[in-house]
Design a protein around this ligand. Structure first.
Ligand SMILES: [Zn+2]
Length: 162
């Protein structure tokens, strides 16, 4: 009778201990979860990356095209050729090998086109054409249409000199 009672008490004690262990485990889990949610509430900071050094010279290629003063190249502007002179937007007579048209650069700007030479912006390209190339378009002036056609078009590095 005495032994049976002792066994029952022991069983109760074991069950109680097991309960405490389980409860402690559950509590620990809750605390961990609370900490985790607290952590995720912290704003995510952007990782600072070292700035990449900008190249000294522009690396992006410009679109280089060619035109002359004819109606095919200039549209209605071809009707305005007093004394047969082709005068650009800058008000000066255009010269092959010197004059070019651009939009994103002020008139009078001197540019060096890689492998082609130096030119002065003395005319304006069409707005839509320039926008197609993000204003990185230079149209070289030629005295005749065939020469402009022979030149065709290319992509080159352009340096703004002054
Ligand atoms: Zn032409």
């Amino acid at each position: 009778m005495q032994t049976k009672h002792m066994t029952a008490v022991l069983a109760v004690i074991i069950l109680l201990l097991l309960g405490i262990v389980l409860l402690a485990g559950a509590l620990d889990h809750t605390v961990t979860a609370a900490l985790a949610s607290e952590k995720s509430a912290v704003p995510i900071m952007a990782i600072e990356t070292p700035a990449i050094a900008k190249p000294d010279k522009p690396q992006e290629l410009w679109r280089i095209t060619a035109y002359c003063g004819c109606a095919t190249c200039c549209g209605e502007y071809a009707n305005n050729r007093p004394e047969g002179k082709v005068v650009g937007a800058a008000g000066v007579e255009l010269v092959q090998g010197v004059s070019c048209a651009a939009r994103g650069l002020p008139l009078g700007t001197v540019v060096r086109i890689e492998g082609i030479g130096e030119f002065i912006v003395q005319d304006r390209t069409g707005k839509e054409q320039a926008e197609m190339y993000d204003n990185k378009l230079i149209d070289l002036y030629f005295t005749d249409h065939e020469a402009a056609k022979v030149f065709g078009r290319t992509n080159r590095a352009v340096e703004v000199l002054r």
